[in-house]
Design a protein around this ligand. Structure first.
Ligand code: MOS
Length: 730
């Protein structure tokens, strides 16, 4: 086996599109689907481990202060109790950002209500839960917690600050202006599978079954938290029931289960309750965003301002990157962008489902709708008019740019009625009916990735990497890439993921997974193709294999003659990408009905048209888009974390009180996939798709609410009370 670190050399390699297996892009059903629907796919908490003890967290019931005493004697005599773990490393929270670091806080210091402070281990889950509820903890409270982002200390995030030209002057000179402040509430990732870990320690080696998105990064975090070497740790996350950002970093259960297993010399399982997932893992920051748009008489932007306030705990690095797409989305030579981070004592803010754009784009796209009305320009036309030719701040070219195409094709497919638009034109009984549009954008990035591919002499293929599949379809698209490259049926490809014994993948996050790990698999397969070609004495770009046979009828088994070929693909993001701005684009269209008397909004139908490079699997790509649009409905209408203003604790910490859209909320959804090839974005010419479907979609609903009933609501989510209050004549 060699380490193939070569970059793709297009001139000497057959293009993916020319390979006749023809499986890449096809709507192949998930190869892990059968295991999932038959219950044989094991999730973290489901591994059957002999003699496994059960553990439950005790969490802080103060907001700011010190744990003075944990009285273990209060529970040690309770039935089945084995231990109370209050190791000082226990407070490791879901790490965010780039540093592979252990906790940033003094371990016995409580910074937010709900912070884990101890772990009770018992023979059964019920015994552990009972003891956890009875554990006596003494606190000393200090400091008045800072709980309101509006009055808290703030820190400007320099890397986001842009001041170009003179926005104030552009605003005063403009024919049309919009100056609006839009707020969004905090969001929960709300993955179906709660955070859970089983740790096993054999005195030498720590094995942890956990529910994680980025094993390559998580192993470093855990090693750091435990002050251990990475090679003593094995993480396994073969199946993950959704992450949505909350499993990017190790959550508290991973560290706590490990500490307990090492201390007790016995396997320990920690499964967070739904309430604990809500209250301790992480939140998306609430945002307050001021949008200023200045435009000439035709609606062409001359000035663009986007200033946002977000929050996090003291000392945490992450700041919801609200402005991420605003930097390149629309033209406007006079620009002011600013991101402020308020320090407050609510639980850690981190990445939740399309961090940044998921809330930044809905605010921007609502402001654009307001501008369209003022300039009396069709909202689709207004957006197309303001698409910049190059990145308006860096001057970089775009790797590919499908926004205009998405808006046009989406409008056609949706039946958008172009032209002058006025609210309150259509009513059926109590219901006002209207439509709205919004653009979608999500930055594209790729990460260093490694994958090993083995072509066996029996003609089967094995793909191995510690990459995860968090429900997105990674297993399937990697099988398709390998199948396309090596000319076999996908059913002959075994994909083995989610184990740190394998080469390091990029993890699943930021929509970089498919393009990054797909490129590593591509490189590994390319090395195998080169080997095969040289055995056959042909050039690689002439090697055509279909269903395991070459054009002249030789089978892979014939060529391999009893020996396997294995290569590791090592994908290093091309420096060339730094010269380009790369993003996925799209357009959302929504038709809603708003009840005149109650302010209730129902989405009747929604359509998204998206361009994100090569479509690797039409079915799983479409599913990602459907999921994104569904989250857009949640952002627009229902999802909001509510914190008690007295102590900052999260009030609505379950799926009844924190409402994510369910079937009854999700109407007819249509997805239009606009195929592109973006060779700058990745070796497989694909960009990210996971998050694009919720980057702006909420504004299509907000704008449709306005078009329907004339209520311009500037606060998400647009609950009936808010819509009713903004209804004209109320
Ligand atoms: Mo994502 S919110 O970067 O998993």
């Amino acid at each position: 086996m060699t380490n193939g670190e070569t970059k793709s050399n297009a001139a000497n390699s057959m293009a993916l599109d020319d390979m006749k297996q023809g499986v890449l892009g096809a709507p192949v059903p998930r190869i892990d689907g059968l295991a999932k629907v038959t219950g044989t796919a094991a999730y973290a908490a489901e591994y059957q481990i002999d003699d496994c003890a059960e553990a439950v967290f005790v969490t802080a019931t103060i907001t700011c202060g010190k744990v003075v005493k944990i009285d273990t004697s209060s529970v040690m005599d309770m039935p089945g109790v084995i231990a109370v773990i209050d190791d000082k490393r226990l407070t490791t929270r879901a790490a965010q950002g780039t540093a592979n670091e252990a906790p940033v806080q003094d371990p016995k210091t409580v910074c937010y209500w709900g912070q884990p402070i101890a772990l009770v281990v018992a023979e059964t889950f019920e015994q552990a839960r009972d003891a956890a509820k009875n554990l006596v903890v003494e606190y000393e409270t200090f400091d008045t917690p800072s709980l309101d982002p509006a009055t808290a200390k703030t820190e400007e995030q320099d890397e986001d600050t842009v001041s170009q030209g003179d926005l104030d002057k552009a605003m005063s000179d403009a024919a049309h202006t919009v100056d609006v402040t839009i707020t969004t509430k905090g969001h929960a990732s709300a993955a179906m599978e709660p955070h859970a870990s089983i740790a096993q320690w054999d005195g030498e080696q720590l094995t942890v079954y956990a529910s994680l998105q980025m094993l390559n990064y998580n192993i470093a975090e855990l090693a750091d938290a435990l002050a251990m070497k990475e090679d003593k740790i094995r993480l396994i996350s073969r199946y993950v029931g959704g992450g949505f950002g909350s499993k990017l970093g190790v959550s508290q259960d991973v560290v706590a289960a490990s500490l307990a297993a090492m201390e007790l010399g016995r396997p320990v399982r920690v499964v967070m309750s739904r309430q604990q997932v809500f209250q301790t893992v992480m939140r998306r920051s609430e945002t307050t965003q001021r949008l200023r748009l200045a435009a000439d008489a035709a609606g062409k932007l001359t000035g663009f301002g986007h200033e946002a306030l977000v929050s996090n705990l003291p000392a945490e690095e992450f700041a919801e990157p609200v402005l991420q797409s605003s930097h390149f989305m629309y033209a406007g030579e006079n620009r002011k962008l600013l991101l402020n981070l308020a320090r407050i004592h609510r639980m850690t803010a981190g990445s939740v489902r399309a961090p940044g754009e998921a809330v930044g784009m809905p605010a921007l796209e609502q402001a654009m709708d307001m501008l369209a009305e003022k300039a009396d320009v069709d909202p689709v036309a207004l957006r197309i008019r303001n698409i910049p030719e190059k990145d308006p701040e860096s001057g970089a070219p775009f790797s590919s740019h499908s926004l205009a195409h998405c808006l046009e094709e989406g409008a056609k497919a949706f039946g958008w009625d172009a032209g002058t638009r006025r609210p309150r034109q259509k009513r059926e009984g109590e219901w006002w009916i209207g439509t709205g549009v919004a653009s979608a954008a999500r930055i594209h990035n790729v990460q260093e990735s490694r994958a090993k591919v083995t072509l066996s002499s029996d003609g089967t293929v094995r793909v191995e990497t510690d990459m995860t599949d968090i429900g997105t379809g990674t297993y399937t698209i990697l099988a398709q890439i390998a199948a396309q490259m090596l000319g076999v049926d996908t059913k002959h490809v075994l994909v083995d993921l989610g184990d740190t014994r394998h080469p390091r993948g990029p993890g699943s996050g930021g929509s970089w997974g498919a393009a990054s790990i797909g490129s590593a698999v591509y490189l590994a397969c390319q090395s195998i193709r080169k080997d095969l070609a040289s055995r056959l004495g042909v050039a690689e770009n002439a090697l055509q294999i279909v269903d395991g046979k070459t054009a002249d009828g030789q089978t892979l088994s014939d060529i391999l003659d009893g020996s396997d070929i294995a290569h590791e693909g090592h994908y290093k993001p091309d420096e060339g990408q730094d010269d380009h701005t790369a993003a996925g684009f799209g357009a959302f269209f929504a038709e809603v009905r708003v009840n005149h008397y109650t302010g209730e909004t129902r989405v009747d139908r929604m359509l998204g048209a998206f361009g994100f490079g090569r479509v690797l699997n039409e079915r799983t790509a479409r599913s990602q888009c459907l999921g994104g649009i569904t989250w857009s409905i949640g952002t627009a209408l229902t999802e909001a974390l509510e914190f008690d203003p007295r102590d900052g604790h999260l009030i609505n910490c379950d799926l009844a009180e924190y409402h994510v859209p369910v079937h009854r909320d999700v109407p007819k959804l249509d997805v239009v996939l606009l195929e592109e090839r973006d060779p700058i974005a990745s070796l497989i010419e694909a960009k990210g798709i996971g998050e694009l479907g919720m980057c702006g979609g909420a504004a299509a609903i907000a704008n449709a609410i306005y078009n329907a009933c004339g209520a311009r609501v500037n606060d998400y989510p647009m609950t009936p009370d808010r819509v009713l209050a903004a209804m004209p004549g109320k």
